[in-house]
Design a protein around this ligand. Sequence first.
Ligand code: ZN
Length: 81
Amino acid sequence: MGISWHVPCLYRGMGKTLEKIRSDPRVSEVYADSDGVWIYLRNGWGNGNPQEHIIVEDTVTEAYRKMRNILPCSCEQCTSA
Ligand SMILES: [Zn+2]
């Protein structure tokens, strides 16, 4: 089977979770491509690691789970904008 899949398959049945991610006030943008699911966080939020403002996971479910780690971020990038 491998781990390859097509984006439409990824979205199928994942609409609700994607919508939950997208509607989170800490999220600026979310999309899925062949590299995985990308969640871009708004200024002032990080993924729990210093100066990282993006969550990348293979699946929508995993990405949504990782949102638990989101923490307020006050790095230079966040405070300068
Ligand atoms: Zn930051």
